[in-house]
Design a protein. Structure first.
Length: 65
């Protein structure tokens, strides 16, 4: 996936990523949480709660629920 990042990474060519390969950093679960501030994480959780019922949100984030 990382080798074909231009094809598979979201929002390629928009400048979101310094390099599209960065989207596929290491693939560890929860890795992005290490890069976001507490306010950014809270904003994500709030918006997710607006868009999805709790069980669907839990599945999306954790793969369970």
């Amino acid at each position: 996936m990382k080798q074909a990042a231009e094809q598979f990474a979201p929002m390629t060519g928009t400048g979101v990523w310094k390099a599209e390969q960065d989207f596929f950093a290491r693939g560890r679960s929860g890795e992005l949480k290490e890069k976001l501030s507490a306010a950014e994480l809270a904003g994500f959780d709030a918006r997710l709660a607006e868009l999805l019922p709790p069980d669907e949100a839990k599945w999306l984030v954790n793969g369970t629920g």
